[in-house]
Design a protein around this ligand. Structure first.
Ligand code: FAD
Length: 340
């Protein structure tokens, strides 16, 4: 708090001290805490080499700004801009996009960076349309400030994209830019930004009905245990995978076929049309390894596959391949791990 108190608070317009910089969106979770993908956005922004202004929106924005400063994740950070209003809490793009456009237009910012999360995927295309600029989405590598790499065709091709001149609107794949705390707490100015959104944006927030899960968040879990169609039914899926995940303190994932067969909720789906994960350890159990599934997990550091078909494609990318019946292998593995 003392850091926050000593921070410079400015109301109203944006003060600029350097000619070129990056505006980075700091995503907050539903409890107003900074997400790990926001820290990945900062890590990626640093690679662009310019100074960074962080943007935090929502009722908890000021508290989150002070948390960011206290965390020491302040390298290259010139200031934090906060718009403290509950209307941003549900991250409706109709409210957020015009604010970001106003900050970007005619300002010192050459790039805008946010994570390719549900929010990023929702907000960035709208900003692109408002600014008449093609967004550069889901990048996994920054070669230099104009040249980026991004996977296309479910990760089967890596496209190199170069954008000369103009402002860049970028989303980054969080798993490719691990969050690093590089600094020590510094005096970073916090600037209050007041923006009055249009009264009628044509959409309003009603309610949300969330699937709650006490397990580690799939996208940021260090270990993920994923199951496929071979798990047969919901009870078996929950029982077998749940026990293994409990011992390993792992998140649970699935294939689309498992979701479609009613074995689990679609929030667990990993892949091209699901979540992208890159944990330290990924268990692929009773799943074949279709390219659409691989697109979401092939960057996992160590992959363990359990399948009763020696020709299952998943074995081609697995670091450890266990050929056998999952209904025998998984309980035995869980039992052995419990004893460790
Ligand atoms: P299957 O392919 O049926 O594999 C089951 C595996 O279990 C087999 O390899 C089998 O040998 C093994 N098995 C069976 N019994 C046992 C046993 N007793 N012990 C051990 N192993 C056993 N899929 C995704 O996962 N994520 C996506 O995001 C996704 N997006 C898609 C997008 C599009 C546009 C399309 C067309 C498809 C998408 N799919 C996605 C679906 C994908 O193509 C596959 O159909 C799906 O991944 C297959 O799921 P599965 O591996 O669970 O099932």
């Amino acid at each position: 708090l003392s850091i926050l108190n000593s921070a410079r608070l400015i109301r109203g317009g944006i003060m600029s001290s350097r000619s070129v910089s990056t505006l980075t969106y700091i995503e907050l979770d539903r409890n107003g805490q900074i997400t790990s993908s926001a820290l990945s956005s900062l890590a990626a922004s640093r690679k662009l080499g310019d100074s960074i202004d962080a943007l935090i929106l929502g009722a908890n924005a000021m508290k989150a700004a002070s948390d960011l400063i206290s965390s020491g994740n302040t390298n290259n950070l010139e200031k934090i801009i906060v718009a403290e209003s509950p209307i941003y809490d549900h991250t409706l793009p109709e409210y957020i996009s015009p604010l970001i456009c106003e900050l970007m237009k005619g300002s010192k910012y050459s790039s805008f960076v946010m994570a390719s999360t549900e929010i990023g995927k929702n907000v960035l295309p709208r900003i692109g349309a408002l600014m008449n600029t093609q967004p550069i989405c889901d990048i996994t590598m920054i070669h230099n400030k104009d040249t980026f790499e991004r996977p296309i065709y479910a990760g089967n091709v890596l496209a190199t994209i170069k954008k000369d001149g103009g402002k860049k609107l970028i989303t980054i794949r969080a798993s490719s830019f691990p969050p690093v705390v590089e600094g020590t707490p510094e005096r970073i100015p916090i600037e209050k930004y007041s923006y009055t959104p249009e009264k009628d944006v044509g959409i309003r927030w009603d309610a949300e009905n969330l699937v709650t899960n006490k397990r580690p968040d799939l996208a940021s879990a260090k270990i993920v245990v994923s199951g496929g169609r071979a798990l047969k039914d919901k009870k078996t899926f929950d029982g077998l995978l749940g026990s293994l995940a409990d011992v390993l303190h792992a998140g649970i994932g699935s294939t689309r076929a498992a979701v479609d067969s009613g074995l689990c909720d679609n929030s667990l789906q990993v892949g091209q049309t699901g979540k992208i994960v890159a944990p330290d350890l990924y268990f692929a159990i009773g799943l074949s390894g279709a390219i659409q599934h691989l697109a979401g997990m092939k960057n996992s550091k160590v992959i363990v596959a359990i399948n009763n078909d020696a020709d299952a494609p998943i074995f081609q990318i697995a670091d450890y391949s266990l050929e056998g019946d999952l209904f025998e292998v998984v309980p035995e593995l869980t039992k052995k791990l419990k004893l460790m």
